[in-house]
Design a protein around this ligand. Structure first.
Ligand SMILES: *[C@@H]1O[C@H](CO)[C@@H](O)[C@H](O)[C@H]1NC(C)=O
Ligand SMILES: *[C@@H]1O[C@H](CO)[C@@H](O)[C@H](O)[C@H]1NC(C)=O
Ligand SMILES: *[C@@H]1O[C@H](CO)[C@@H](O)[C@H](O)[C@H]1NC(C)=O
Ligand SMILES: *[C@@H]1O[C@H](CO)[C@@H](O)[C@H](O)[C@H]1NC(C)=O
Ligand SMILES: *[C@@H]1O[C@H](CO)[C@@H](O)[C@H](O)[C@H]1NC(C)=O
Ligand SMILES: *[C@@H]1O[C@H](CO)[C@@H](O)[C@H](O)[C@H]1NC(C)=O
Ligand SMILES: *[C@@H]1O[C@H](CO)[C@@H](O)[C@H](O)[C@H]1NC(C)=O
Ligand SMILES: *[C@@H]1O[C@H](CO)[C@@H](O)[C@H](O)[C@H]1NC(C)=O
Ligand SMILES: *[C@@H]1O[C@H](CO)[C@@H](O)[C@H](O)[C@H]1NC(C)=O
Ligand SMILES: *[C@@H]1O[C@H](CO)[C@@H](O)[C@H](O)[C@H]1NC(C)=O
Ligand SMILES: *[C@@H]1O[C@H](CO)[C@@H](O)[C@H](O)[C@H]1NC(C)=O
Ligand SMILES: *[C@@H]1O[C@H](CO)[C@@H](O)[C@H](O)[C@H]1NC(C)=O
Length: 608
């Protein structure tokens, strides 16, 4: 309240005493002018059109694809033209007993080459419709926002993109889950993919595999499995891009880096003295401090053992070690009851999420979860009897996922074949921690060598861009750190949690431009290919070093942290009005089992 009063009072006082307009007023007027122009442009973009007409002229419309054409005007709440798209189910084999669900958006750029990008949300068992609707799809309806909007950062502006619900059991996909490992997942997906390519006549297309979180297992195995077919007609895999992926043992990804992570963001983890001492003692006694000192180095120092193993027994960790992230989660949730382990700057209140969200918070009077609405299912040719859940209660790996971590063989295989792999990690993600990803990279052998030779320091640069609608504003400038060696790029994204395309959409958009070869690298000053005339700010020699999280030993980085925690409600038990307590009696969904094996059981919840 006080702040906004001040903002109004200041300009008035300044105008009274000045002969020229003060800086902030000029800026406001200019901003308004730009916004008005933009709104005018949006109006043009959103003029309704005859969807059948557009699809009739499409290269993707044929006898077999017609039944999948989506009439966007039938989708509830969407009042604008979503463009040409196709959705529905295709079998994983010759029998229709198990089918995967897809929603495909041809590129809005008609000049795009023969290429297609595939997106997988993680879990295991979380629907890619969530990625489409709140991260990188043409329509976004993010938690806490009023209504769906056109997403200027939609990946389909750059290429043909398909969002797929897999493995069997996930989202709208149908059939009995039978996968026991990632090889099974990859086999199922290839069955589906052949059918998809046949329907849309995509033989010979370059295929880019992308995803997030548990897709850190899916993407490398699926890409690797495709490459092993040696069949460029269907499986010409040309690159892979993963956000905040599961690549290694859970202890490495979560427990080893947990305490330094909280130290790197002190304003967000204000623990009491007793608890702070406890976790720092454990960080030492569990051997995690030594582990980081020995293995979080560049060049890599050698094969990493199982951390925290008791007397070399890899199946037994010392007491209190495997639970360290879980205990931190409990303690921070007592302080900040709406703590979001996927994006640690979040505070109360919980935000309403039309797709259900990760907290299962449904305010009184909220409509049925969007993708569970009959009208939505009908518009998307989805099975009407499927109870759509953001992350399914059904175990998509009935006996667990018995695969080697993807950093052992699968990722190296994809790098070797494509020389075009990008692993990205958000600085504010705590369900998987940036330092854990770097440990996974430093234990990975590709191109004849283990790990990176030097630490990531170059800037991750995002060009300046024309101002968009206020509902879809995105950052520009140096937004993190990036590093490339032997065909692998790692990018660390400042001010982003687990879902980078949601938290820093312009960064993800840029990364896709690089993956697709439109722009040479993440340091390039070339404007966005979709916004070539936007005024650029920095001089070529002034970018400086990267600003991503510091992922090596040596104290806190110079980058400052900011907290945008909202104000809490005033008591009550509903999640909409959660308040903190001195002792953590309420804990976040699934936190009790957070310490369990992330690779196989996934914290009773999911790593989206
Ligand atoms: C599978 O195919 C059979 C035979 O064509 C058909 O009767 C059945 O409805 C199909 N099932 C689904 C789920 O499409
Ligand atoms: C979305 O659609 C539902 C059902 O038609 C309606 O009740 C709700 O108000 C709509 N929400 C918005 C933000 O338009
Ligand atoms: C994956 O599981 C299947 C059984 O579902 C088994 O036949 C196959 O050997 C397993 N693959 C690997 C690499 O473990
Ligand atoms: C495409 O349609 C033709 C008949 O119109 C059919 O023979 C063929 O099996 C279909 N292919 C796919 C992949 O559905
Ligand atoms: C495979 O994709 C690449 C792009 O990565 C393209 O240059 C090449 O022509 C494609 N190969 C075939 C056989 O389609
Ligand atoms: C990564 O670990 C190192 C070593 O403990 C620490 O100095 C650094 O702050 C950590 N960075 C983050 C982002 O956790
Ligand atoms: C590190 O890589 C080696 C293979 O080079 C593997 O045996 C070991 O299990 C890996 N360590 C961890 C902690 O994943
Ligand atoms: C490791 O610990 C397990 C569980 O306590 C025990 O059954 C096993 O014998 C131990 N293995 C070794 C090599 O000590
Ligand atoms: C300090 O924090 C720990 C962890 O949340 C909690 O168990 C303990 O009760 C707290 N101590 C005080 C005095 O609040
Ligand atoms: C989804 O819809 C079905 C009925 O179509 C209902 O039984 C189920 O409870 C709904 N699920 C959620 C999470 O709203
Ligand atoms: C960008 O500038 C060029 C040269 O001035 C002009 O021809 C082109 O139309 C502009 N493009 C857009 C999208 O405004
Ligand atoms: C912080 O920035 C200063 C000035 O640029 C530099 O001298 C110092 O080395 C930096 N410290 C760290 C830990 O990066």
């Amino acid at each position: 309240m006080k702040l906004s009063l001040l903002a109004f009072a200041l300009p008035l006082a300044a105008v009274a005493g000045a002969s020229h307009q003060p800086m902030h007023l000029t800026r406001q007027a200019e901003y308004k002018k730009r916004m008005d122009a933009r709104m005018e442009a949006m109006k043009l973009e959103t003029t309704p059109y005859d969807i059948t007409k557009r699809q009739l002229s499409s290269q993707f419309l044929n006898d077999n694809s017609t039944k999948f054409a989506v009439d966007g005007s039938k989708l509830p709440n969407i009042t604008f033209d979503i463009g040409e798209s196709y959705a529905g189910s295709l079998p994983i084999g010759s029998s229709n007993a198990s089918e995967l669900f897809f929603w495909f958006f041809p590129s809005a750029d008609a000049s795009v080459k023969k290429e297609i990008v595939i997106w997988f949300t993680g879990g295991p068992g979380c629907s890619s419709m969530n990625g489409l609707f709140s991260e990188n799809g043409p329509v976004t309806w993010m938690a806490g926002t009023f209504a769906p909007q056109l997403n200027p950062w939609s990946w389909h502006r750059l290429s043909n993109v398909v969002w797929v619900d897999q493995p069997v059991g996930t989202g709208y996909s149908t059939g009995m889950p039978t996968a026991n490992n990632e090889t099974d997942v990859a086999d199922q997906f290839r069955g589906f993919w052949r059918n998809f390519v046949d329907v849309f006549k995509m033989q010979g297309y370059a295929v880019y595999i992308t995803g997030e979180s548990y897709a850190g297992a899916y993407c490398p195995y699926i890409a690797s499995g495709m490459l092993d077919q040696n069949d460029k007609e269907y499986f010409n895999v040309s690159g892979m891009l993963i956000y905040d992926g599961v690549y290694t043992e859970d202890s490495v990804a979560e427990n080893v880096p947990a305490v330094p992570f909280t130290d790197s963001l002190p304003g967000l983890f204000p623990f009491n003295e007793t608890f702070s001492k406890d976790i720092h003692d454990r960080h030492q006694s569990c051997g995690y401090a030594d582990y980081l000192e020995k293995y979080l180095v560049y060049p890599a120092s050698g094969p990493q053992p199982q951390p925290g193993a008791m007397n070399g027994n890899v199946t037994v960790e010392k007491k209190g070690c495997a639970s360290i992230l879980n205990d931190i989660d409990d303690a921070i949730t007592a302080i900040n009851p709406c703590f979001n382990i996927y994006q640690v700057t979040n505070g109360c209140p919980f935000l309403y999420d039309p797709t259900g969200g990760v907290y299962d918070y449904v305010p009184n009077g909220a409509p049925i979860i969007y993708f569970n609405q009959t009208a939505v299912k009908e518009a998307l040719h989805a099975p009407l009897n499927k109870n759509w859940q953001l992350c399914t209660d059904t175990n998509v790996f009935p006996k667990g996922d018995n695969s080697l971590p993807s950093n052992q063989l699968a990722i190296p295989n994809v790098i070797q074949h494509t020389n075009n792999v990008m692993l990205v990690h958000g600085a504010l993600d705590m369900v998987l921690i940036a330092n854990g990803t770097m440990l996974a990279v430093q234990n990975m052998t590709w191109g004849g060598k283990r790990g990176f030779d030097s630490k990531p320091e170059l800037p991750l640069y995002v060009p300046y861009h024309s101002p968009g609608d206020k509902g879809t504003t995105a950052g520009a400038g140096v937004l993190g750190t990036a590093h490339t060696e032997r065909g692998l790029t790692v990018a660390l994204v400042a001010f982003s949690g687990h879902m980078v395309p949601a938290n820093q959409p312009s960064v993800a958009f840029r990364q896709l431009e690089v993956l697709l070869g439109r722009v040479p690298n993440l340091q390039s000053l070339v404007p966005f290919t979709t916004d070539a005339n936007a005024t650029q700010h920095p001089a070529a020699d002034s970018l400086g070093a990267g600003t991503g999280p510091q992922v090596w030993l040596g104290g806190n980085s110079n980058a400052s942290s900011t907290c945008n925690g909202g104000s809490g409600g005033s008591g009550g038990n509903a999640k909409g009005t959660t308040t903190s307590a001195a002792v953590g009696s309420w804990t976040g969904a699934g936190s009790a089992c957070l310490g369990a094996s992330i690779l196989f059981v996934m914290m009773c919840g999911w790593v989206l």
